[in-house]
Design a protein around this ligand. Structure first.
Ligand code: SF4
Ligand code: SF4
Length: 297
């Protein structure tokens, strides 16, 4: 991305697109970046884009940073860098659409990223275990790990125009109550992020066959799976311990997604649609449901 390689800078202007899911702090991350850039005396802009406006649904936000006044108010179609707060968003959205050759990709995952899922261009890849850091630093909202700060920390590794101390100041002013944990997560991500240079090469087969730039969310109807297979929205998977379950059906009644079925006299979780909200866990009177972190999150 421009800015990673100082020789390539002709004009100081960067366009950053952020992808994640509702509840992960995508829009907040975009604002923190813009405010930090502004504090560094750049012109900056933050634009949110909501899809289904539900916790867990895909969310995008855009940040423009420039030395000069920014007149555009559009979304960002040819980003210099994409920040991916949840790798599973890649299953429904071409997050790399329009990414410039030589650009950057910052991704929060605990898994190894195969270069086959990356676009066929040269890029700088930054990988950080955002969920792991959020859990370790107790950066949770409603029990869910918040990965936006770790992703910003990882991004700063390859974006030298915003100082980490500046971001620390912005975060401290923004989240007065959670600021210490957020700052710790910021530095932890900055230090632990892995930075890789990827060279583009022509690949025989494209991984993504879907038309780029679209979010595949059907119009909502109050039935199971109205947003397609929503199982990929999950950070945590509820698991039923049948030796404790008395079949009281409390979880079945309360599951907001209708993802718990009754089968052969037992309750069964449909993991294709379960979004991992863990309502079932909290309403189970027998504590028969536990949560396990998803391997890919
Ligand atoms: S976590 Fe439990 S309540 Fe939430 S969607 Fe999954 S099965 Fe339903
Ligand atoms: S709420 Fe708990 S005990 Fe009741 S059916 Fe669900 S898992 Fe079983």
């Amino acid at each position: 991305m421009r800015g990673l390689d100082e020789e390539s800078i002709e004009e100081l202007r960067w366009e950053i697109r952020l992808h994640g899911r509702g509840g992960q702090g995508v829009v907040t991350a975009s604002k923190i970046l813009a405010e930090s850039a502004f504090a560094e005396r750049y012109h900056a802009q933050s634009i949110p884009f909501f899809g289904a406006e539900r916790r867990g649904s895909p969310v995008m936000a855009f940040t423009r940073i420039s030395e000069h006044e920014i007149r555009e108010r559009s979304q960002i179609y040819t980003p210099d860098c994409v920040l991916i707060l949840d790798p599973l968003v890649m299953r429904v959205l071409d997050v790399f659409n329009g990414l410039k050759d030589g650009g950057g990709v910052v991704i929060s995952t605990s898994s190894r990223i195969s270069d086959e899922i990356l676009p066929d261009i040269s890029l700088t890849l930054v990988v950080v275990d955002g969920v792991g850091i959020a859990l370790k630093k107790d950066l949770l909202v409603a029990g869910n790990p918040v990965v936006n700060i770790p992703v910003i920390g990882a991004f700063l590794r390859v974006f030298p125009h915003i100082g980490i101390e500046t971001v620390e100041k912005v975060i401290s002013e923004k989240f007065k109550r959670n600021s210490k944990r957020s700052v710790k997560a910021l530095y932890s991500a900055y230090e632990s992020a892995e930075v890789l240079k990827i060279r583009g090469k022509k690949r025989a087969e494209k991984v993504y066959s879907k038309k780029p730039g679209k979010i595949w969310i059907p119009a909502s109807k109050p039935v199971v799976g109205v947003a397609g297979k929503t199982g990929y929205w999950r950070d945590f998977r509820p698991v039923i311990n049948y030796s404790r379950c008395t079949n009281c059906l409390n979880c079945w009644i309360h599951c907001p997604e209708g993802s718990i079925r009754r089968e052969n006299g037992e309750v069964v979780i449909d993991y294709d649609y379960c979004k991992g909200c863990l309502v079932c866990l909290s309403v189970c009177p027998r504590r028969a449901i536990s949560s396990e972190r998803e391997v890919f999150a």
